[in-house]
Design a protein around this ligand. Structure first.
Ligand code: FMN
Length: 347
C-alpha cells in the first residue's frame, strides 16, 4: 500500500468538503510532490499556448484561485480555476459532495460556491503565474440575464487568464444547461464571437454536458466554428447514474464524475471529433485515472485532457505516475508527439 493510500483511509473518514479544504491548506503550505517526468514528448502547442504536458486539473478543485502555482508545481500541464460567478455564492445546502468509493466516483451538487469575480480577480492578479492557468466562468443562480454573466466574466478575466472556459454544463444551477440549446446557444456564441472580433484575443472554450444529443452537439460545434470559438471541453459531470455499485449515495441529486463517466464522456468526445472533422481543438475530461485512459481520449480526438476525481482516489503522486506511464507507452508504440496520435482511433 502506498503512502497516500494509508493517508486516504484516514482522509476518507473526514467529510469530503472538509478533506478538500485540508488539501487546499496543505497546498498553500507548499506540501505537494515535485514535478517529475517532464519530457519533450509531452509538449505541444494548442490554442496558441505552449503546454508542458497535456494533463490539466479540471475546474472545481481550485474554485477560488487559491493554489494555481502549487498545482502547476506538482506537475500538471495546466490548471483551471473556477467556476467563478460575478457575485459571491454560498452554493447549495450541505452535505453536497458524496464519495462513491466502490465506483471510484463522486456525486456533487455544490452549486457554484465561490468567492465571486472581484475576490478571485484580485487574488490571481497578485501572483506571478508559474504555468498555464485557465479561468472557468459561470452565471449566478439568481441572475436574470445569465448570458450577460458570461460576458461580464470574459471582460473581468481576459487579461489575466491564459484561456477562458464558458461553463454552461453544470447540472447544479437550475436552467444553466438550457444555455446549450435553442436560441440561447446562438445568442451566447454570437455575443462571444462579437467580443472576440472587437477586442478579446484570449482563447475561449465552451464546456459541455455529456447528455447532449448528436443534433445538439452538431449545432454547438457548427456555431462555435462560425463564431471563432477556440475549443470545446467534453465533458462536465453526468446526471445519469446507471450501474453504480454504491447503494448509499447513488440516488443523491447532482453530477456524477470519475470512473463511471469515462465511456459516456469519451463517446461524446469521439462524436465531437467526427462532427468537427478536427477543425476545433477538443479537451477530453471525464473518468481519467490512467495513462491508457489519457491515450484513449487523445486517440478519440482530444488535444488536451483534464481530471479531478481520480486525484481524490489516487492522491497527488498520480500526476507523475500518469506522465511516467504515458511516456513509456508512447515510446513503446513508437509515438514521437501527442499531435501524431490525436484522433487516430476515429480516422
Ligand atoms: C467536487 C467537484 C466539483 C466540481 N466543480 C466544477 C466547477 O465548478 N466547474 C466545472 O466546470 N466543473 C466542475 N466539476 C467537474 C469537473 O471539472 C469535471 O468536468 C468532471 O468531474 C469530470 O472529470 P473527472 O471524472 O476526472 O472528475 C466538478 C467536479 C467535482 C468532482
Amino acid at each position: 500500500m502506498n503512502f497516500y493510500k494509508k493517508i486516504r483511509n484516514i482522509a476518507f473518514l473526514t467529510e469530503p468538503e472538509k478533506a478538500h479544504k485540508l488539501a487546499i491548506s496543505a497546498l498553500k503550505l507548499g506540501i505537494h510532490p515535485p514535478s517529475e517526468y517532464d519530457s519533450k514528448l509531452l509538449q505541444q502547442e494548442i490554442l496558441d499556448i505552449k503546454f508542458k504536458n497535456p494533463i490539466g486539473l479540471a475546474a472545481g478543485f481550485d474554485k477560488n484561485g487559491e493554489v494555481p502555482n502549487q498545482i502547476l508545481q506538482s506537475g500538471f500541464g495546466f490548471t483551471e480555476v473556477g467556476t467563478v460567478t460575478p457575485k459571491k455564492q454560498i452554493g447549495n445546502k450541505q452535505p453536497r459532495v458524496f464519495r462513491l468509493e466502490e465506483d471510484l466516483a463522486i456525486i456533487n451538487r455544490l452549486g457554484f460556491n465561490n468567492d465571486g469575480m472581484d475576490d478571485v480577480y484580485s487574488r490571481l492578479s497578485r501572483i506571478q503565474k508559474k504555468g498555464i492557468v485557465g479561468i472557468n466562468i459561470g452565471a449566478n443562480k439568481d441572475s436574470k440575464d445569465k448570458i450577460n454573466d458570461y460576458l461580464i466574466g470574459i471582460q473581468k478575466f481576459y487579461k489575466i487568464a491564459d484561456y477562458l472556459t464558458i461553463n454552461i454544463s453544470s447540472p447544479n444551477t437550475p436552467g444553466l444547461r438550457d444555455l446549450q440549446t435553442g436560441d440561447n446557444i446562438n445568442e451566447l456564441l454570437q455575443s462571444i464571437g462579437a467580443i472576440k472580433k472587437e477586442s478579446v484575443k484570449t482563447p475561449i472554450v465552451i464546456k459541455l454536458a455529456p447528455e447532449l444529443s448528436k443534433k445538439e452537439l452538431e449545432n454547438i460545434i457548427n456555431k462555435s466554428i462560425e463564431n471563432n470559438i477556440d475549443g470545446l471541453i467534453l465533458t462536465n459531470t453526468t446526471t445519469k447514474k446507471n450501474n453504480l455499485k454504491n447503494t448509499k449515495f447513488k440516488e443523491e441529486l447532482g453530477g456524477l464524475s470519475g470512473h463511471p463517466l469515462m465511456s459516456q464522456s469519451t463517446k461524446m468526445l469521439k462524436d465531437a471529433y467526427i462532427i468537427s472533422e478536427g477543425k476545433i481543438p477538443l479537451i477530453g475530461v471525464g473518468g481519467i485515472s490512467s495513462a491508457d485512459d489519457i491515450l484513449k481520449k487523445i486517440k478519440c480526438g482530444a488535444s488536451l485532457v483534464q481530471l479531478y476525481t481520480s486525484l481524490v482516489y489516487e492522491g497527488p503522486n498520480l500526476i507523475s505516475n500518469l506522465k511516467r506511464n504515458l511516456i513509456k507507452k508512447m515510446e513503446t508504440e513508437g509515438v514521437h508527439s501527442i499531435q501524431e496520435i490525436i484522433g487516430t482511433e476515429v480516422k
